[in-house]
Design a protein around this ligand. Structure first.
Ligand code: ADP
Ligand code: ADP
Length: 239
């Protein structure tokens, strides 16, 4: 089944009231279309300024396309507003950004558990789910620590646990290894690949070859347009 359908999405920045003749208008996305199936691990690659973050932000409902549709699990998310939009973000999406953005006053355990509290998951189910997510990401031993006591790689894996503990339909990652040394980057990628094997659908913006080697499919973007796609046989997971 299809989880994401991007249909003819365009994004122009600097558009005032629909006027398009202004020289200051940037066409960040130009009629982009592609689909992501359930259980895929898709990479989005392209040069700086090509529109990758804009595309991810539109998928994340942080930004809205100027035209076109983004359908997630059969729903046009560009049409969601207010409470429906909040519920969609909370229940259907998981985010992993370049910086982990953990809450410093909370332990790793509490950071992960918070995602479930916000979802109003009963407290009796929370502990098992937090521990299962932590075990999947190899961070069971840091659950009692605060972010300032953890390495960058550990923090990113806590962020990945927080993003997936809610079982979202789609995990969006924007250069999640961007701030990591190569060993931590590989650990995070192995963890994402494992989550993908367990069924998570992942869409990851990246510009490095190591990250790309973990994706089952790579979509290339340049000047706001899709210009190619690469399918890989069995992505490069080392264990
Ligand atoms: P990438 O993530 O591939 O580096 P972006 O999506 O950040 O590319 O940017 C695509 C284009 O849109 C660039 O020309 C960028 O300058 C422009 N852009 C991005 N965000 C904005 C914004 N908020 N306002 C105006 N222009 C923007
Ligand atoms: P560490 O073994 O890293 O020193 P702590 O002694 O700080 O861990 O924590 C002991 C246990 O409590 C750990 O297993 C940790 O996962 C768990 N833990 C930490 N914070 C919480 C919390 N808010 N609620 C439940 N368990 C927690």
């Amino acid at each position: 089944p299809t989880v994401v359908e991007v249909r003819n999405v365009s994004k122009r920045y600097g558009v005032q009231g629909g006027k398009r003749s202004d020289a200051s208008v940037t066409q960040a996305l130009d009629r982009v279309s592609f689909a992501v199936g359930s259980g895929e691990f898709v990479g989005i690659m392209g040069p700086s300024g090509s529109g990758k973050s804009t595309l991810l932000n539109c998928l994340a409902t942080i930004d809205a396309p100027t035209s076109g549709q983004i359908v997630v699990d059969g729903r046009d998310v560009t049409a969601l507003r207010g409470r429906e939009l909040s519920a969609f973000r909370r229940d259907e999406l998981g985010f992993v950004f370049q910086d982990a953005n953990l809450l410093d006053t909370l332990t790793a355990y509490e950071n992960i558990a918070l995602a479930l509290t916000i979802q109003k998951v009963p407290a009796r189910d929370t502990d098992a789910r937090v521990r299962a997510a932590a075990a999947q990401l190899g961070i069971a031993d840091v659950l009692g620590k605060h972010p300032y006591q953890m390495s960058g790689g550990q923090k990113q894996r806590v962020a990945a646990a927080r993003a997936t503990v809610t079982n979202p339909s789609l995990v969006l990652a924007d250069e999640p290894t961007g701030a990591l040394d190569s060993k931590s980057a590989v650990q995070l990628l192995e963890s994402l690949a494992y989550l993908n094997e367990l069924g998570s659908t992942i869409l990851m913006v990246t510009h490095d070859a190591t990250s790309a080697s973990y994706c089952g499919r790579i979509v290339f973007i340049k000047d706001g347009r899709l210009y190619g796609e690469l399918r890989r046989q069995g992505a490069a997971r080392s264990v």
